[in-house]
Ligand binder design. Structure first.
Ligand SMILES: NC(=O)C1=CN([C@@H]2O[C@H](COP(=O)(O)OP(=O)(O)OC[C@H]3O[C@@H](n4cnc5c(N)ncnc54)[C@H](OP(=O)(O)O)[C@@H]3O)[C@@H](O)[C@H]2O)[C@@H](O)CC1
Ligand SMILES: Nc1ncnc2c1ncn2[C@@H]1O[C@H](COP(=O)(O)OP(=O)(O)O)[C@@H](O)[C@H]1O
Length: 283
């Protein structure tokens, strides 16, 4: 790609909108996170909690029944729906995330195909990307805002190439992903690359301690929550990726990279948000 990717300035990012004193939870959106197949309820719980942590008014987890204990134990604030089931009852404009721990069974395929026809904002991650890779861009039918969050292995599947080829020229890979599937992209990893409708950026923050199970599920939830509170796609993408990386840096500074868990990144999100707000206020 000829055009350069520019560093995202943490201190220049938008802050979350101020809350009106008369606000109620309906003012902050309703996010639906679809995932949590057998053995992977934790991914769903992490993503739902992250959506709440950036201010979504209500978060509903939709997962395999075996995921329910994870939600009950870790996030009683989330409402719950079992899958399989149709998404027809959801409002057309509902903000959806699909993929964290979804698995790739038949029920997952049906859900992903249905989401491909919907028009509300969507975040695509993990197994939803693997299923998309299998079916190709024809699966994406509805005219929706879509944020895609592949790691290099998922990007390779989407492009039908190898992880090494993606990593050898990440800028070209993310350009090819958008050319093939449309939408807004983050190619995760060291210095994640972002390709939005209004720019090309890389995130200079983050650390290898974040290479730990569930870390990407936290990112998916942050992006979903930011869409739910009404941020437009580029703002949600840039703020979400930098917030995640900065929270990872705060957590690593406290407990070290080797010990870092995805839940530590999640726990550091409020401090990262407070820091961002103080920077804007000029403290
Ligand atoms: N607690 C839970 O419930 C959790 C549930 N989870 C759920 O598990 C499901 C499977 O997801 P997954 O990402 O673990 O498997 P998968 O897509 O095969 O990718 C692995 C391969 O991709 C590559 N690769 C990845 N990153 C790379 C990088 N930075 N840089 C370079 N390469 C990289 C690498 O390929 P290789 O280098 O070996 O060719 C690697 O072997 C999914 O639904 C997810 O949500 C997890 O979120 C964990 C917590
Ligand atoms: N070496 C690294 N430096 C900075 N960030 C990293 C590094 N490795 C992983 N990350 C970040 O951690 C997250 C890992 O996501 P992912 O691979 O999807 O994990 P999981 O599937 O376990 O949730 C991504 O946001 C990625 O950018």
């Amino acid at each position: 790609m000829s055009e350069a990717f520019v560093p995202l300035e943490w201190r220049g990012l938008p802050v979350l909108p101020e809350r009106d004193p008369l606000a109620h939870k309906g003012d902050f959106g309703h996010a639906f996170v679809i995932g949590g197949g057998p053995g992977m309820g934790g991914a769903l719980a992490l993503a739902c909690a992250a959506a709440y942590r950036v201010g979504a008014g209500l978060v509903t987890a939709m997962g395999h029944p075996s995921a329910l204990p994870y939600l009950a134990a870790h996030l009683p604030e989330a409402t719950w729906r079992d899958w399989p089931g149709s998404l027809e009852e959801l409002p057309a404009a509902a903000v959806l995330a699909v993929g964290p721990g979804l698995g790739q069974g038949l029920a997952a395929h049906d859900l992903v195909r249905e989401i491909g026809t919907r028009s509300g904002p969507q975040v695509w991650d993990a197994d939803a990307l693997n299923i998309l890779a299998r079916f190709g861009p024809d699966l994406l039918r509805g005219d929706a805002v879509r944020l895609f969050t592949p790691h290099p292995g998922e990007a390779a599947r989407l492009l039908r190439t190898s992880t090494a080829a993606v990593q050898s020229d990440r800028a070209t890979a993310i350009g090819r992903l958008r050319a093939r599937y449309g939408g807004h992209w983050v190619l995760k990893g060291h210095h994640s690359l972002l390709l939005g409708s209004g720019g090309r950026w890389f995130c200079p923050q983050g650390n290898p301690g974040m290479a730990t199970g569930g870390s990407g599920d936290v990112l998916t939830g942050l992006l979903t929550g930011l869409l739910a509170i009404g941020l437009e796609a580029d703002a949600a993408l840039s703020l979400g990726v930098c917030l995640h990386a900065h929270a990872g840096d705060l957590a690593a500074a406290q407990i070290g990279e080797a010990s870092l868990l995805a839940g530590d990144i999640l726990a550091a999100v409020p401090a990262a948000l407070q820091e961002l707000r103080k920077n804007h206020a000029g403290y």
